[in-house]
Design a protein around this ligand. Structure first.
Ligand code: DGT
Ligand code: CA
Ligand code: CA
Ligand code: ZN
Length: 575
């Protein structure tokens, strides 16, 4: 039986492959699938069991999409999708990540010189076989090679951005946890440590029936190729080439297994050494003194037996966390419970916003927030931005809603756009009318380090600016961030009290955890927020918090852990 998420996954894949087939994301069929996805997401309830007539009642769902949903329901697959998959296998689709290679170019490369994957493309660029093709030149060859290198698509040890793995990890773990014989199923490894890319996905399952788990896994639609199926470990590759390792353990050994398979390797080795110092042995099966189990059930018990406080997974990178735990001065990290509001939040006032102001505010209330700053884009961001007049009208709506909802305080905010020389939207006086502003870079990513640094310094000097959004502007696995003189930027942030944003969007996670840790030392304040453009984006707060922990960010330094009055006077202090 096809669940809502199966249907959406099918449509998302159809959208992607049809874009290739039709040669454009604007093609009629592509738009039709996108509209169907939007309609189904907005439609409450299951789709299973609906008739064709009922399905086409859903906004955006046409007759041909309805038939595909029914086909998926009936046969577990869709012929059209299977056809597109064989025409465009994952190695071919992967090339779409390279900037400048649109569907038309990819099809041309395939037709002219038989390019099927990144390796073939790289070889063709290196041997100068691209430059004479239509629309290509020497420059294109250089750009393609640079992009392959930068995106890490070239080598053996290529990694997958967290954003491409999180949904799958959650879905698989949930599916496993629902099995009768399974106690818990937890994604571990680099994903649990919240590394922005993962080499492979590790899921630890505590169960009394490992054979059943293995049989279940081998029946999944996600399994494109089985790598191994043993007594305690089943490994497979997905169609996208991601390796998934599912490990089963006895329920009483869950703690030691979680600890071991979460890593990092460096952290594990240091822990094992501490055990050895006491003549104990630590393995994935437990902490042992000879034959006797000292601890194995829960991670906390193992840390405690070793004389350490509990170390949250994002800290387990061998960056001094064990020493800190031993001294008893692990930082009081920011947690999701500490967060009182979101300060980077779009409505459909922004051209790229996807939910109405009312829906966004209600979602914020449902998240238990005390306050939220509505930060739609400033006027400089072309079609996504709002003119001064539009902003004034928007402010009136925000104030009205603020009166209507007593449970939350709405701040009238803006995401200001940082220009190439640090200029900001509107004029200095109008900017001061906002209760709160985050300022971010959205263009001119190619400027040199000195110019980028100067641009940020100019922007944060403006008294309307409360925070710098997604500092480097990177997209993990797609676009490297701008180059900055980080110590200089951090010093300026500390001096002005402008907060450094940790953006919870999984493809951003920016500022990076390395920069965040330096910023902690430099005395910088933080804001952890979601940059939500749709009500489903609010979940990013969990991600932002986990990633901030990876940078050792403490609750006390995060401005949106503070009560509204404190937050408000902080935000207004330079206005
Ligand atoms: P990845 O997959 O490259 O993003 O990184 P991880 O950390 O997920 O590494 P992975 O998948 O090779 O192994 C998962 C965990 O298993 C790892 O974090 C720690 C543990 N582990 C793997 N190999 C070793 C080892 O040789 N010694 C120790 N002590 N632990 C290991
Ligand atoms: Ca892994
Ligand atoms: Ca692994
Ligand atoms: Zn934004």
């Amino acid at each position: 039986m096809a669940s809502r998420s199966d249907v959406i996954r099918m449509l998302v894949e159809l959208t992607r492959l049809t874009t290739l087939e039709e040669g454009s994301p604007q093609a009629f069929k592509v738009r039709a699938y996108e509209n169907a996805i939007a309609g189904i997401e907005a439609h409450p309830g299951e789709l299973s069991g609906l008739t064709k007539a009922e399905l086409t009642q859903i906004k955006g769902v046409g007759s041909s999409t309805a038939e595909k949903i029914l086909e998926l329901e009936r046969t577990g697959t869709v012929a059209k999708l299977e056809m597109l998959r064989s025409e465009y296998p994952p190695p071919f689709v992967e090339m779409t990540k390279i900037p400048g290679l649109g569907p038309k170019t990819l099809k041309m490369l395939r037709a002219e010189i038989g390019i099927e994957d990144v390796a073939g493309l790289k070889a063709a660029a290196e041997t100068q076989r691209l430059r004479d093709l239509p629309g290509m030149g020497e420059k294109s060859e250089e750009k393609i090679l640079r992009a392959i290198d930068r995106l890490g698509l070239g080598g053996k040890d290529r990694r997958t951005p967290l954003v491409e793995v999180m949904g799958l990890a959650t879905a698989l773990a949930t599916r496993l946890a629902e099995l009768e014989a399974v106690d818990r199923a937890v994604p571990c490894g680099s994903l649990r440590r919240f590394s922005e890319t993962v080499g492979d996905l590790d899921i630890v399952v505590s169960t009394t029936d490992p054979a059943l788990v293995s049989a279940e896994v081998l029946g999944w639609a996600e399994v494109a190729e089985v790598i191994g199926a043993g007594a305690t470990k089943t490994s497979f590759l997905t169609r996208e080439g991601l390796q998934v390792d599912i490990r089963t353990v006895r329920p009483d050994q869950l703690g030691s297994a979680l600890l071991y398979f979460t890593g990092s390797k460096t952290h594990n080795i240091a822990l094992r050494q501490r055990a050895l110092d006491r003549d104990w042995l630590l393995s994935e099966y437990g902490l042992f003194e000879g034959e006797t189990v000292v601890a194995s059930q829960a991670e906390e018990e193992i840390y405690e037996a070793l004389g350490l406080g509990y170390i949250p997974p994002p800290l387990r990178e061998g960056g001094g966390e064990i020493e800190a735990a031993w001294r008893g001065d692990l930082p009081r990290l920011a947690t999701r419970e500490d967060i009182r509001g979101d300060l980077h939040f779009h409505s459909d006032r922004s051209g790229d916003g996807r939910s109405t102001l009312e829906d966004m505010v209600e979602a914020a209330i449902a998240s238990g927030y005390d306050y939220v700053a509505i930060t739609d884009h400033g006027e400089d961001l072309a079609i996504n931005g709002s003119s001064r007049e539009e902003m004034i009208a928007h402010r009136d709506r925000i104030r009205q809603l603020d009166d209507r909802y007593s449970e939350i305080t709405l701040l009238f905010g803006c995401e200001l756009n940082i220009g190439p020389e640090g200029g900001l939207d509107y004029d200095p006086t109008f900017r001061l009318e906002f209760d709160y502003c985050v300022a971010s870079i959205h263009s001119h990513f190619d400027l040199d380090r000195a110019a980028q640094t100067a641009r940020i310094l100019t922007a944060l000097g403006d008294p309307a600016v409360n925070a710098i959004g997604h500092l480097s502007g990177r997209y993990v696995g797609r676009r490297p961030g701008v180059e900055l003189d980080i110590p200089v930027v951090l010093e300026a942030l500390a001096l002005t009290g402008v907060a450094l944003e940790i953006n919870g969007a999984l493809d951003r996670l920016d500022a990076t955890s390395e920069v965040a840790r330096e910023a902690m030392t430099a005395g910088v304040d933080f804001v952890i927020d979601t940059d939500s453009h749709h009500i489903r984006d609010l979940v990013r707060m969990d991600y932002g918090v986990a990633y901030a922990q990876r940078g050792w960010v403490t609750a006390e330094r995060v401005v949106n852990t503070r009560p509204i009055d404190v937050l408000r006077s902080w935000a207004a202090r330079r206005r």
